[in-house]
Write a protein that binds this ligand. Structure first.
Ligand SMILES: *Cc1c(COP(=O)(O)O)cnc(C)c1O
Length: 359
């Protein structure tokens, strides 16, 4: 029997979340961001649920192959562009679109004609200071690419640094508007947070990632409040119990000390499964569907939970680490990180079971 830990991926929830995004951005095309193996859910696994998106954004050619092999005929965008001449030829052969964010991409396009016309998403650095051209260089790049015989559609793309708080969104928008003024380009600005919080940024294409997986980009608005449903449930079982006397310690470093006699459960999920080691005592879990908490340090292959008030819990009892009962965002907040990191950290050794609640 396999170790009792698994990730359950719900295709119906992903379809639901895509519909929520479409309702929030009714005028825009949706580029489903499926980088990092669809935020840890499995790209090939999730494609059937998200294939009605207008586009799919990934990072590497293997992922483009996967998306095309699944029969997806829409836009497939390489979010960091291409690295070599071979990549450029392969990307164009697969009908992928590329982000152009650096002068070396312009050189590459000039030197290596794509095997067929390619769509370019020209990136403006509007203030995040990560990828993209400054406004003057952006306009030069647009002009250069307009004259390129093998460039088909041109899209202007930029990315917000703080869409979840709204900080600097106006400034980034103003810079973007000035940079694209008078140019016949499609436009794309909005990540998940901007889809919900900044409708004026929806433009031609929105680029939601985290919302499609049913987690929130916000600190102060839960996924449930946004109408989203979690796609991934991480669950395991109790495979041992201990009864502690007051004063006894739990786990490595003994960071939790029983304040009174208590029973604890040992759960078959640890940091090598992708559960955050830095989550201290008190991370929320659900034992047989009822709220409880972790105790002590998370180990590589197991963690401990409080069974006070869970008298019927024993070996074999299900524990949800995150999912519908325990929002991944709540675990992340307790661990000082974001849901993105926990979802993408799901370890390959955790088997995935696909369900489709509506099927
Ligand atoms: C990852 C990414 C997104 C999606 O961001 P979410 O916060 O997950 O919605 C959108 N655009 C770009 C350029 C990205 O890298």
């Amino acid at each position: 029997m396999p170790r009792p830990v698994e990730a359950v991926v719900d295709l119906a929830a992903a379809r639901h979340n895509l519909a929520v995004v479409r309702r929030a951005a009714p005028g825009a095309k949706v580029m489903a961001v499926m980088k990092a193996d669809a935020y840890g859910h499995g790209l090939a696994r999730l494609l059937p649920a998200l294939a009605t998106a207008d586009g799919i954004a990934v990072l590497d050619l293997d992922a483009v192959h996967t998306v095309r092999a699944a029969g997806f005929g829409g836009t497939v965008l390489l979010l960091q562009g291409v690295w070599t001449a071979d990549d450029l030829r392969a990307a164009s052969a697969l009908g992928a679109s590329i982000v152009v964010h650096d002068p070396r991409h312009l050189e590459l396009l000039a030197r290596v004609p794509p095997v067929r016309p390619i769509d370019v998403w020209i990136k403006l650095n509007s203030g995040m200071n990560r990828l993209g051209f400054r406004p003057a260089a952006f306009r030069d790049a647009c002009a250069t690419l307009a004259a390129h015989p093998q460039v088909a559609r041109r899209v202007a793309i930029t990315h917000f640094a703080s869409a979840e708080t709204g900080e600097h969104v106006d400034a980034q928008c103003a810079l973007f508007d000035a940079a694209v003024a008078g140019l016949a380009l499609e436009r794309s600005l909005a990540n998940s947070a901007a889809v919900f919080a900044h409708p004026r940024t929806h433009a031609d294409w929105v680029r939601p990632g985290i919302a499609l997986y049913g987690a929130t980009p916000f600190d102060d608005r839960s996924a449930a409040a946004l109408g989203l449903r979690p796609v991934m449930t991480l669950r395991a079982e109790i495979f041992g119990t201990q009864t502690l006397a007051a004063g006894e310690r739990v786990g490595y470093g003994g960071t939790f000390v029983a304040p009174h006699p208590m029973r604890i459960g040992i759960v078959a999920c640890g940091y090598a499964d992708g559960y955050p080691r830095h989550a201290p005592t008190g991370a929320p879990v659900a034992v047989a569907g009822r709220a409880s908490r972790t105790l002590g340090r998370v180990s590589m292959d197991m963690l401990m939970v409080d069974l006070d008030g869970h008298d019927t819990a024993s070996v074999g009892t299900a524990v949800e680490l995150w999912g519908a009962a325990v929002p991944v965002d709540a675990v992340a907040a307790h661990a000082g990180t974001v849901g993105y990191e926990l979802l993408t950290a799901r370890a390959p050794r955790v088997p995935v079971r696909v369900v489709d609640a509506e099927a």
